[in-house]
Design a protein around this ligand. Structure first.
Ligand SMILES: C[S@@+](CC[C@H](N)C(=O)[O-])C[C@H]1O[C@@H](n2cnc3c(N)ncnc32)[C@H](O)[C@@H]1O
Length: 218
């Protein structure tokens, strides 16, 4: 659903330690591509939780015993505290994860030492620092670009809580270029120009990329 979810996850996984048999929550899992990738590549058990995609529709694409699909809202998750070894979120955390109190909530579902991994659209400069949302970005995503924080913003936001040790907070060097490649592929597949292409071409790699974030619960 989002841009290049598997390339993002592959990069994010470099900063995670995923072992066979671990319990992993794929939060905002969409149609389940990332959940299948996690189960297949790392041998983990995956709970694929999403709000907009019906779990029956997602399950129809998946058909694996090691992936459970469910409908869940990110603020009212139906799991026991300390249940997961890892929580992974690809291109969804920007919808709910920027609130100051969210890290405390989401890490309550991790075991001590459990890992949180996030790949999320990001900008090279904070909107607050620029004083405005660049026109080409505003045109497509409007105020929602406020959630596209820099890696430094995330590092500070997470470290200051002392709830986690941040093990990675970086902007992808090729994030913009990968996004362009993805948008061209989507345009070709659908036979019409992808919505994001105008924004990406106008940006030319100045502001747009993805942040890769990883942390361990203390
Ligand atoms: C851009 S899609 C990405 C889906 C998938 N991770 C991917 O990369 O293809 C964003 C996903 O976030 C989910 N989402 C947004 N807000 C949510 C919330 N409050 N609780 C749970 N999921 C949410 C949506 O259901 C949607 O599937």
């Amino acid at each position: 659903m989002g841009p290049n979810p598997l390339w993002l996850l592959e990069d994010l996984a470099r900063d995670l330690d995923l072992r066979p048999g671990m319990r992993v929550l794929d939060l905002g899992s969409g149609k389940g591509a990332t959940a299948v990738f996690l189960a297949k590549e790392y041998g983990v058990q995956v709970w694929a939780a999403d709000l907009w995609v019906d779990p029956t529709d997602a399950a129809a694409h998946i058909d694996r015993d090691d992936v459970v699909t469910l409908k869940a809202e990110a603020h009212t998750l139906p799991f026991a505290q300390g249940f997961f070894d890892a929580i992974v979120c690809v291109d969804a955390y920007e919808y709910f994860g920027t609130a100051d109190n969210y890290l405390s909530y989401i890490t309550s579902f991790l075991k001590p030492g459990g890992q949180l991994g996030v790949a999320t659209p990001a900008m090279t400069r904070e909107v607050r620092e620029l004083g405005h949302i660049p026109e080409h970005i505003k045109k497509l995503v409007g105020w929602e670009a406020l959630a596209w924080h820099t890696a430094d913003w995330w590092r500070f936001q997470w470290e200051i809580t002392e709830l986690v040790d941040v093990t990675a907070a970086r902007l992808q060097e090729n994030g913009w270029a990968d996004w362009v490649k993805w948008s061209h592929a989507v345009s070709e597949y659908r036979g019409e120009r992808d919505d994001a292409l105008d924004m990406l071409e106008a940006d030319n790699g100045q502001y747009l990329t993805f942040a890769i974030l990883a942390a361990r619960k203390r």
